[in-house]
Write a protein that binds this ligand. Structure first.
Ligand code: SAM
Length: 250
């Protein structure tokens, strides 16, 4: 039987938007530590992963990822290797009227790959994990959706991003969000503590993605859900692009 992580990658489904590169794992039910998927499609991402991990050491890469997103948190309007901000969020399908309810501090540093918190089934009263929360757009929307009886745990390894998300939560008046500075592979939560996990663009940034899937399987309660979005390739990249460090983020 395929490992949990292999099953997860097999299940990435091409969803919408830029169909060449964008994939969404949607509505996946966690049952006994496994995900049951609705659609099947194999991305080329694992080939890129192999090349990049040979080219750049894992620790260095982790630092570069953290630095790149911390720079986006510090100055969202300057040039970055990935799109950032409200206009981009709207282009991914976040409704303007929902963005209007959120502090600019979060949205101006939005750097996700899909409108996961809009697409996800998030019941009132649920406990939600936003893994790789960045400046908190999905955390805030989830906090609105779960209501006062629910709870959102927002996790990121960039303290600059997390600080933005914290400021935004304070400004919004939402009191049901907790923030944790942590690695996605070691999230400080108990087994089966969350009902719904949302992940808006973290897997491609991490060679250790199997460990992230394992951690999600540990944290999400049996019968809970994982909604994740990631960019996928539908055709191989030229070798020169594959081994370019900048391309890791783009
Ligand atoms: C593509 S951005 C998306 C941010 C946010 N979800 C959004 O929609 O704006 C990925 C985020 O994940 C964080 N991240 C990447 N790898 C991580 C890891 N291994 N552990 C914790 N956070 C990580 C980055 O700091 C960044 O904020």
């Amino acid at each position: 039987m395929a490992s949990f992580a292999e099953s997860a990658w097999d299940a990435l489904s091409i969803h919408s938007l830029d169909q060449r590169r964008q994939g969404v794992i949607s509505g996946n039910t966690m049952r006994q530590g496994r995900i049951v998927f609705q659609n099947r499609c194999r991305p080329v991402a694992s080939m890129q992963e192999q090349t990049m991990t040979k080219t750049i050491g894992e620790t260095t890469l982790r630092d570069k990822v953290r630095d790149a997103y911390s720079a986006a948190a510090a100055d969202p309007t300057s040039q970055h290797a990935f799109p950032v901000g409200r206009q981009f969020a709207e282009s991914l399908g976040y409704p303007a009227e929902i963005l209007d309810t959120l502090p600019g501090r979060a949205i101006e540093a939005f750097a996700g790959v899909s409108n996961v918190s809009i697409l996800a089934r998030i019941p009132a009263g649920a406990t939600v994990l936003d893994l790789g929360c960045g400046a908190g757009t999905d955390s805030l929307i989830s906090a609105q959706r779960v209501g006062r009886g629910g709870r959102v745990i927002a996790v990121d390894f960039s303290s600059a991003m997390l600080e933005r998300a914290r400021d935004a939560a304070r400004e919004s008046g939402l009191e049901n969000i907790e923030f944790r500075l942590a690695d996605a592979e070691r999230v400080p939560l108990d087994d089966a503590e969350v009902d719904v996990a949302i992940v808006n663009g973290i897997f491609n940034l991490n060679p250790a993605r199997e460990a992230i899937f394992r951690e999600l399987a540990r944290i999400v309660a049996p019968g809970g859900s994982l909604f994740a979005a990631e960019l996928v390739l539908q055709e191989p990249l030229p070798v020169s692009e594959k081994s370019s460090e900048a391309n890791w983020f783009a």
